[in-house]
Design a protein around this ligand. Sequence first.
Ligand code: HXC
Length: 519
Amino acid sequence: MADRTIDQLCEKLLERREKASRGGGEKSIAKQHEKGKLTARERIDRILDPGSFVEIDEFVEHRCSNFDMAKTVFPGDGVVTGYGTVEGRVVYIYSQDFTVIGGSLGEAHAKKICKVQDLAIQNGCPCVGINDSGGARIQEAVDALSGYGNIFFRNVKASGVVPQLSVIAGPCAGGAVYSPALTDFIYMVEKVGIMHITGPQVIKAVTGEEVTSEQIGGAKAHNQTSGVAHFFAVSEDECYGQVRKTLSYLPSNNLEEPPFKDTGDDPARSDIELREIVPTNPNKGYDVRNVIGRVVDNGEFLEVQPMHAQNIVTGFARVGGFVIGIIANQAKFMAGCLDIDASCKAARHIRICDSFNIPIVTFEDVPGYLPGLNQEMGGIIKHGAKLLYAYSEATAPKITIVLRKAYGGSYLGMCSKDLGADVVLAWPQAEIAVMGAEGAANIIFRKEIEASSNKEETRAEKIEEYRDAFANPYVAAARGYVDRVILPEETRLALYQALVMNASKNETRPRRKHGVMPG
Ligand code: HXC
C-alpha cells in the first residue's frame, strides 16, 4: 500500500472539519433559520471578536448504541465549544446545536461543556453558555442526567470565581434550567427562548391549568414576573450585544479588578440640573435613572433586570473610568419602597458586584418596607434580611448617597454606615429618620394634637416642628453617620473622590467556610 501524502491527510482533515461545521446538515440548518433562530456557530461569531474563535473537541462523538443511536452520530455531538475574545479578553464559550439531535445533552455533549467550564475556572476567564436544547438525551438515560449533574457542580464551583453568562436561545426545560439558574446572568430572546421546569401539557395533566409556553417560560414572563432572567432582547443580535456589554464591566475573575476605561468624561463635571430632578417634597415621585444618567460617565448605564421589581434599579456604569455597580430606590414605582422582589433583586446584584470587586454605589430614597399580608406571608422578613446580609457581607468599596428619604429599617437596609458603608454622602433634602415627619408627629405629639382646639393646625405645626428637627441630613451628619452633605451638582466629583479613596480597600473578615444566607 502506498504511503498517503501529507496533502492527502490534510485534505481528509479539512473534509472532517467541513462536515463538523455543518452540524446536523443543510436541511436542519434551514429548519433552524425558518424558526427565526441562528445556528450555534453564527451565535458564537456574534458574541466573540471577529475571527477570534478557536474550536475544541469538534470531532467528539457520543458512544451510545441504544435505540439504533450508533447510526446517528455527528461530529461535535450537538454542542460547539471553545474560546475566543471579547474586546480582546479571553472568554470560554459553548453553544448548543439544535440541528444535531435537537441539541439534546448526552454524556459526550456534557463532557465538552464541562471541559470549557474547567478551562474557564483554571484560567480565570468568563464562561458563556448558549442554550438551545431538547434537554437530556432520552436514549442516553442516566448518562445524560449525570452530564447535567457535572455541569451544575462546575457552575457552583465557578460561582464568584469567574463570570458565568447564560443565553437562552431556544428550549431549555426540565432540570436543564438549573445550569443557567446557577450562573450570574440569564439573557432571553423574545419568541426564541423558553425556560420552564414542566411544560404546558404536564401542567394541564397535574393541576388542570391551561397555560402557554410563553406564559410560563417566555422571555417576557421571566424578565418581568418571575425575575429568573436578567436581560430581555427582541432579537438575537440585541442579545449578543447585551452579553458583550455586560462583559465590558466585569473582570475576568475574582482576583482581578474590573476593567478601568478612559471614558473621556471629566470626573469634576458638575450638573446643576440635578437640583431639579429630586423634588424636596418627599411624597413626589421622579425617575432615579435621571439622577444616575447625569452622574455616571457619558450617561452610560447598563440596567440589569429593568423589567422586574421596578421599585429598585440595579446595573453597571462607570465614574471617572472606574466600574461601579448601582443599587437605587426608584421613587417612580411604589414610591421606591422595599418588598420581597426588590430585596432579592438588589441582594443578588450586591453579591455579584462584591464577588468581582466592583464598588457598590447606592442611591437611597426609601420610605420603608411594603406593608401587606402577601409580603409578610411571602417572607419579607427572610427576603429583606438578604439585603442586610449582602451589604454587610460585601467588602468591596461601598458608597451610599442619600438623595431624599431614608426611613427606619429601610435606612439600614440601603447600606448605612453601620452596615459598613465606606462613604455616606447626603443631599440637602435628605431626611434620615425613624419615619416620615407626618407619621412621627402623629405618634409622638398625639396627646397635644388631640387636646388642641384646632387639631389640624396643631398637627401641621407639629409635623413642621418634627421636620425641622429631624427630617434633614444634619442630625446624622452631626453624629458622623453621614460623612458629607453635598450639593446635588457635586455628586459626580464626590463619588469619584470616594472611589479613588477606596481603590485600594482591603478588608478582611474572620475565617469561615461560608455564611448562612437568609432565605
Ligand atoms: C433525544 C431529542 C430530544 C431529547 C429533541 N430530540 N429532544 N432526542 N432526546 N431530549 C430530537 C427529536 O427527536 C428530533 O429528532 C430532533 O431532536 C428535533 O426535535 P423536534 O421535536 O423535531 O423539534 P421541535 O419541533 O422544534 O421541538 C423541540 C422540543 C421537542 C419542544 C424540544 O423536541 C421536545 O419536546 N423534546 C423533548 C423534550 C424533553 O422532554 N426532554 C427531556 C426533558 S427532561 P429527529 O430525528 O426527528 O429530527 C430533562 C431532564 C434534565 O431534560 C435533568 C437534569 C437534572
